[in-house]
Design a binder for this molecule. Structure first.
Ligand code: AMP
Length: 439
């Protein structure tokens, strides 16, 4: 690896304000409007080389400002170029991330003429076609939909000079790599390429070298580190009692904004169904929902209208929702890196948050792999008063889980409704045990 850089020692004095970074005053206005005063370490260390057009690989913990770290230099480099051509392409793994980055371009670039557009599946092609035909200079795209447009012949990448692979390790994994390779074949070889992620397995870095030229390696934290500010706890529970335990946990009023991760779309729908029957309102986000349903679910959760969102791993990476108090892994992820991304949905921008993982006996192997990656054991505990040996509670309105029978339309139970605090903040504590780990 050329020019490896790890902290410390630092190669230069850290920028204490955005004025110390080589950014146009118009961009500083955008930064100020976002409420940023001090560059984060990844911004401090990647913006200067990126503005000069250097290829780079940037790794830093979740929630530490990587989006602005690649968008600010991208905007800077496009400021003086005539509008109407595509100069920068940002590839992201999910529609939600494309929309989120588009919003960052709009806000950071508010005082410039540079326009961004998101290109992703599940919605009409026409407006995206217009953007690709010259109405945007920065395209933020998911690969599949972009290739759809490219196959229709009107996408002109001849002026492209910047490529960003957001969530770079995901973009170069087996799932996305064939699409990404096809896109790479259609864009100029003479370009700046930047790769950003919180996790970056060594084999991805090796692969990345096929696509980057003499990249500057900027690593703020180990690529195996979960965000500072996350408290981790494991709760052992039989697979058949997970919903019962979750329901008990959710009675805790400090759980003001909870993201629950499950392994599959089907399990997400089933869990939401079970929660609704027990009187909890929950949104659901997975790849089987329509785009408008996805937008509505995320929006309701963002606004705090819904304190619970059940999601598959399409929500694991990059999503920036303010004030997520708890991430609950209802299912343990198979890939250990996914754990780091999931729990990174909380404790963003120097806040704090709790990550609770419900582990059945069958999932112990996956948990052990996560702990190996983290280099730490996650403390285990039990919810006081929760009898692990009791049979699964019957779902109101359906046969007891996991028995047979199609779910009927049950009414939520009467009696104590789930507490709703309505507040999104960093209050800690709660009913579940205090013995948690923070690294
Ligand atoms: P990201 O890692 O790009 O998803 O950013 C995580 C959160 O940090 C987002 O809410 C950003 O708006 C916020 N953020 C990014 N840069 C800064 C900064 N320099 N100061 C304060 N907050 C920031």
């Amino acid at each position: 690896m050329t020019d490896p850089e790890t902290a410390p020692p630092r190669p230069r004095t850290p920028a204490t304000t955005f004025d110390d970074l080589p950014l146009d005053p118009r961009l500083r206005l955008g930064v100020r409007a976002m409420g940023y005063t001090t560059p984060t370490p990844i911004q401090d260390r990647t913006i200067p080389p990126a503005v000069l057009g250097r290829d780079l690989v940037g790794t830093a913990q979740t929630g530490t400002g990587k989006t602005a770290a690649f968008l600010l230099p991208t905007l800077e480099r496009l400021l003086e170029l005539p509008p109407g051509r595509i100069y920068a392409l940002v590839l992201t793994p999910t529609r939600e991330l494309a929309l989120q980055a588009q919003e960052f371009v709009r806000q950071l670039g508010h005082h410039t003429r540079v326009r961004g557009a998101a290109v992703y599946g599940g919605v009409g092609m026409l407006e995206q076609e217009r953007a690709l035909r010259g109405r945007a200079e920065i395209i933020i795209a998911t690969p599949g939909r972009l290739l759809d447009h490219m196959s229709r012949g009107y996408v002109d990448f001849s002026a492209l000079r910047i490529l960003v692979l957001d969530e770079g390790d995901r973009m170069l994994d087996m799932g996305f790599l064939p699409d990404v390779r096809r896109i790479l074949r259609s864009i100029p070889a003479q370009r700046q390429t930047m790769l950003f992620s919180a996790t970056m397995p060594p084999e991805v870095v090796r692969l990345a070298h096929d696509y980057l030229r003499d990249p500057k390696m900027v690593q703020v934290d180990p690529t195996t580190a979960a965000a500072v500010g996350v408290s981790h706890l494991v709760l052992s529970v039989p697979a058949t009692r997970k919903t019962d335990l979750l329901v008990e946990l959710l009675r805790d009023a400090t759980m003001s904004s909870v993201l629950v991760f499950v392994r599959t779309k089907h399990r997400a729908d089933r869990l939401v169904d079970q929660l609704v029957r027990r009187g909890f309102e929950a949104g659901v986000l997975h790849g089987g929902r329509s785009q408008s349903q996805r937008v509505r679910a995320l929006d309701g959760f963002r606004r705090g209208a819904q304190r619970l969102l059940v999601a598959t791993d399409i929500a694991a990476r990059g999503l920036d929702v303010e004030g997520v108090s708890h991430v609950i892994n209802y299912d343990v992820p198979h890939e250990p890196e996914v754990y780091i991304h999931r729990v990174g949905r909380t404790a963003r921008a120097q806040r704090q948050g709790d990550a609770l993982t419900l582990v059945s006996a069958e999932e112990e192997g996956d948990l052990a792999r996560i702990e190996r990656l983290l280099g730490n054991k996650i403390p285990r505990s039990q919810l006081p008063g929760f009898d692990l040996t009791a049979p699964p509670a019957a779902d109101p309105g359906r046969a007891p889980f996991p028995g047979g029978g199609r779910p009927g339309r049950g009414r939520p139970p009467r009696g104590s409704p789930p507490p709703r605090s309505g507040r999104r903040d960093d209050r800690r504590g709660g009913r579940y045990p205090a013995r948690r780990a923070r690294w």
